[in-house]
Design a protein around this ligand. Structure first.
Ligand SMILES: [Zn+2]
Length: 249
């Protein structure tokens, strides 16, 4: 029975039996891992409060062969991200980040790039409860999972975008369509030149850099809708916390 040690983020959790919890983690080396915390709900549990949502820590677990549910040996918290649980807005947006990251990989499919993106996003969300952070997270995540939106040329006529043009994004085609070709892309959604500029720089720069972008409301709101449709198209379903997020935003 192999024993693994890896950096991990708690991305959920539910009760099992009378005293146990099943905890899904996004781990740095092994992707998503679900493991049982024996006795986690007992008053004198050795886990204390360390297995709460968002907690970043060092996970030691036994991998049970041919099983998708493993056994936690130890979890030591490094950063609980307690501030994200202090208000409903941050909680909802944090829950959205972990759910989106979790939905983007299969169980035990390693993806260190997504782990680092999620860790950075949760860290930044503590100080910057800012829609630009979420939009930058989304476009970067989509790129990592292989859905790189074309942001420079029309996908139908291949022309580069004129400054005066009214660009649109087609989620099924995977990027820009120009105003001339738009009738041939029925699913396309208008996107402002400001939002387009934001997406281009968010793909090249980091999450932190996106917080210095000049993008403001209402562009942030319309961009949210465009990315939401792209995500729904790519992931094939509306994610549970998207509904939750619309309640708190
Ligand atoms: Zn075109």
């Amino acid at each position: 029975m192999p024993l693994h040690t890896t950096e991990a983020i708690v991305i959920g959790g539910h009760n099992l039996g009378e005293a146990d919890r099943i905890i899904p983690f996004f781990t740095r080396q092994l992707g998503k891992v679900r493991a049982v915390a024996r006795g986690a709900r007992r008053i004198r549990s050795r886990y204390g409060g360390s297995l709460e949502l968002f907690t970043l820590g060092q996970l030691v677990f036994f991998e049970l062969p041919n099983r998708t549910l493993h056994k936690i040996n130890e979890f030591s918290a490094v950063e609980p991200f307690a501030e994200l649980k202090a208000d409903l807005g941050r909680l909802g947006r944090g829950a959205y980040l972990v759910e989106l990251a979790g939905a983007s990989v299969e169980e035990a499919e390693p993806n260190e790039e997504i782990f680092l993106l999620l860790r950075d996003a949760l860290t930044l969300l503590v100080l910057h409860d800012d829609p630009r952070l979420l939009r930058a997270f989304e476009i970067r995540l989509l790129r990592i999972v292989g859905y790189l939106l074309e942001l420079y040329r029309c996908l139908i006529c291949r022309s580069t975008l004129e400054h005066s043009a009214e660009p649109a994004i087609s989620p099924t085609r995977g990027g820009l369509v120009c105003s001339r070709c738009r009738p041939r892309a029925q699913d396309s959604l208008s996107i402002s030149l400001e939002s387009l500029g934001f997406l281009r720089s968010a793909l090249h720069g980091g999450l932190e850099q996106s917080l210095t972008s000049p993008l403001v409301h209402p562009h942030t709101t319309s961009l949210q809708e465009v990315l939401r449709v792209c995500i729904a198209h790519f992931f094939g379903k509306r994610l549970r916390s998207l509904a939750f997020l619309s309640l708190v935003e």
